[in-house]
Ligand binder design. Structure first.
Ligand code: CAA
Length: 263
């Protein structure tokens, strides 16, 4: 059903709000992240974000690779001047950060360089037991360019991040879960099923509450504790103005499932 060349889009679920599934699809290059791929990914993400029938977005790759990094043949053509002039990497890589709905990365196989950075731009990562994460840019004589030196230490701590960034080694799914990069590890043949089930659970909740939680967690990630906790308290007060808060609490008190308005 999708008209894209580098990604495949589909919609899953029977409920009032559904899950958008975006699959990176450059199998011959292990889903290397090219400019055309990011143009398509950005367009699909923002379209699903604007679609009221979609509650949650899942981003995945193939069994062999979520993505093996930025497209090296394209990178190899750049010099400093052209990198600056074309706004290399930043131009179309960060549309995903504008998405207000939850975005889950379902990672099997390699998530390296830009692939690991893209997974880290999602709200959380569910990994197959085959997943391998790493920032091997140093092997190419370069630094990471899409958040690897910033998001990785925040996710796994300085020691583990330095180890991965400076030695270029890969870490497996067990180590990634132990160090906090991924939220859960599942058998490879259950990756999509488990991730879609997580998305389905999210789809049943209040959309404004989900959006605000995402905003607050990201703010805490990107700012100091005092500012984050102050914002959290103010937003907590504000949600007491919503129908969904009254419905959620009334349902609990009356021992019935809630029926959220989502809007
Ligand atoms: N870009 C373009 N093509 C890539 C690619 C990439 N990042 N990674 C793999 N491919 C291609 C290979 O060139 C190969 O193509 P051909 O069959 O046409 O030769 C195909 O995918 C399969 O790869 P391999 O034969 O190498 O498969 P393997 O199983 O032996 O190794 C791998 C797999 C360890 C992932 C290895 O391919 C590899 O090391 N890839 C590069 C990983 C990397 O360095 N990523 C960082 C890129 S820079 C970056 O991302 C910058 C940033 O921060 C934004």
């Amino acid at each position: 059903m999708s008209s894209y060349e580098c990604i495949i889009t589909a919609v899953h679920g029977d409920g009032p709000r559904k899950t958008a599934l975006i699959t990176l699809n450059r199998p011959k290059a292990l889903n290397a992240l090219s400019d055309p791929l990011f143009d398509e990914l950005g367009e699909a993400l923002l379209a699903f974000d604007a679609d009221d029938s979609i509650g949650c977005i899942v981003l995945t790759g193939s069994e062999r690779a979520f993505a093996a990094g930025a497209d090296i043949p394209t990178l190899a053509q750049h010099d400093f001047q052209s990198a600056v002039r074309t706004d290399m990497i930043t131009r179309n890589w960060e549309h995903i950060l504008r998405v207000k709905k939850p975005v889950i990365a379902a990672v099997a196989g390699f998530a390296l360089g830009g692939g690991c950075e893209l997974a880290m731009m999602c709200d959380f990562i569910i990994a197959a037991d085959t997943a391998k994460f790493g920032q091997p840019e140093v092997k190419l004589g370069v630094t990471p360019g899409a958040g690897g030196t910033q998001r990785l230490p925040r996710a796994v701590g300085k020691a583990k991040a330095m180890d991965l960034l400076l030695t270029a080694r890969m870490m497996d799914a067990t180590e990634a879960e132990r160090s906090g990069l991924v939220s859960r590890v599942v058998p490879a043949d259950k990756l999509l099923e488990e991730t879609l089930a997580a998305a389905e659970a999210i789809n049943g909740f209040s959309a404004p509450a989900l959006q605000l939680i995402k905003e607050l967690v990201n703010r805490s990630f990107e700012s100091g504790l005092k500012e984050g906790v102050t914002s959290e308290r103010r937003v907590f007060h504000a949600v007491f103005g919503t129908d969904d808060q009254r419905e959620g609490m009334d349902a609990f008190l009356n021992k019935r499932p809630p029926v959220f308005k989502h809007g």
